[in-house]
Write a new protein. Structure first.
Length: 461
């Protein structure tokens, strides 16, 4: 690997770590907002604890959400193994997300790092379409992610109201419904509840947002050095060969007379890709036996074969039996182990970046969460209900491999808790408007910014 390329990779990884570091003090401030604002924990203890739990969350979170980010912008379509094109993608993606995140943090606006990252990815895909006329966005995945980002704050708002109602029914001690007394610690039982909810939000934030950082780094590595990171280097190719050979057999079983013209074209292309892929994998057991220039091709073939085989083989015109369809789906899933992965060092790198980022920069967001969403300052019960909602929502999203915004889920939870006490009149219109505008504007602004930067860098590179 050339020295210049190594330097470029290091710079890009540093930028990715910067994004995740900013994500730490931007989004994770939401996790510590309630325990700091209610004097449950001292700020130093709270942010160190949250940073540690975020670290553990990333390490144990798997890669489902990460692959969702990678698959949103298919690098194999976008870069075509070109380092120059990979550079344009990486710098546009990172700079646009970092600029927006830093700007909103400086203004103390609880904007979403998730929205900024996804908006940046979509902007690049649209810019690529403008240049080449080829669709470079997985719109099916984009729809799932968009729905997740849209629905999760509404869920957070509604659930917070329900939890506050349950609190009122079950907990008769008035202490939990009072505003924090400046400098005074709450009763021990309240401190325990708020510490637990803070821990849960931090853990699930690490699982969900940490995976986005892992996905971002994998986009960088695959885009810049596909020969090294396009496929998992520890994968047993004997298994991959058997899996793809079985997929090929099932594709050949499909009765093409029952398919539409477009589906027939897809099947012909898939059969050709299968033949090419199997010839590359034939009689090989280790990834090191494949020429580095061919590894990107292997990745591209597996992803495109999987997509086409699922679309046609599981479609309504498919002649495969129900048992064969289940078999096809399971085999495709198993074959993706070679493409859907992240090295341990990437996960650790992102864990450290997110963890350390959590430990600084929290003050601006904490003040907004605690004092500026409602007309009254946040009570202990409101803080606990908002964080219970946030942890549950983020945890479920991670289980379903969907990214959500910690910022918007928690902010909407606080708003719901405020409404539960005195109705909509208990919200501060100016702050709600600012948060709403940040929510609405983040996607289009980052899309325009990343798309413009991508076009500029493609012109320069």
């Amino acid at each position: 690997m050339a020295v210049g390329l190594v330097v470029l990779i290091v710079v890009c990884l540093l930028l990715a770590c910067t994004f995740e570091f900013i994500n730490g003090f931007h989004d994770s401030a939401n996790a510590v907002a309630t325990v700091i604002y209610t004097n449950t924990l001292k700020p130093t203890y709270a942010v160190v604890w949250s940073g540690l739990i975020n670290f553990i969350g990333v390490l144990t979170g798997g890669i489902g959400v990460a692959m969702g980010i990678v698959n949103l912008l298919p690098v194999e379509t976008l870069t075509d193994a070109s380092v120059a094109h990979g550079m344009a993608m990486v710098f546009a993606l990172l700079l646009s997300a970092i600029i927006w995140n830093l700007g909103t943090w400086y203004l103390g606006i609880p904007a979403s790092s998730s929205h900024s990252l996804i908006g940046s990815i979509l902007g690049i895909g649209l810019a690529f379409y403008f240049i080449n006329g080829k669709d470079a966005v997985n719109w099916g995945k984009a729809q799932d992610i968009g729905l997740s980002l849209l629905v999760s704050p509404l869920v957070g708002f509604a659930l917070a109201i329900i939890i506050m109602f349950i609190f009122k029914r079950l907990i008769k001690n008035d202490a939990i419904y009072k505003e924090p007394i400046p400098g005074a610690k709450p009763p021990m039982w309240i401190r325990i509840i708020l510490t637990i909810t803070c821990t849960l939000v931090s853990f699930f934030h690490g699982q969900n947002d940490g995976q986005k950082g892992v996905g971002l780094v994998m986009l960088i590595l695959i885009g810049l050095v596909p020969g090294y990171f396009a496929i998992k280097d520890t994968q047993d190719l004997t298994d991959t060969y058997k899996q793809m050979n079985h997929v090929t057999e099932l594709v050949y079983k499909i009765d093409t007379t029952k398919l539409s013209e477009k589906e027939n074209i897809d099947v012909l292309k898939t059969k050709a890709r299968c033949a090419d892929l199997l010839s590359i994998l034939d009689k090989k057991t280790k990834v090191s036996e494949i020429d580095s220039a061919k590894r990107f091709e292997v990745r591209k073939h597996i992803i495109l074969i999987s997509k086409s085989a699922e679309k046609v083989g599981l479609g309504e015109n498919s002649s495969l039996s129900d048992k064969e369809k289940v078999d096809l789906s399971a085999t495709i899933k198993a074959s993706k182990k070679i493409t859907d992965y992240a090295p341990d060092w990437v996960i650790i790198l992102i864990s450290l970046s997110l963890g350390f980022g959590t430990m600084i920069g929290w003050k601006r967001i904490v003040k907004t969460i605690g004092e500026k969403i409602g007309k009254q300052h946040m009570s202990y019960a409101q803080g606990a209900s908002a964080e219970l909602v946030a942890s549950a929502t983020i945890g479920m999203a991670s289980a379903w491999s969907l990214p959500v915004s910690t910022t918007h889920v928690l902010s909407s939870g606080v708003a719901g808790a405020m409404v539960a006490k005195k109705g909509l009149k208990n919200l501060q219109p100016k702050t709600i408007k600012t948060i709403f505008m940040a929510w609405v504007l983040t996607l289009p602004v980052t899309m325009i910014l990343s798309g413009g930067l991508f076009l500029l860098f493609r012109w320069l590179f």
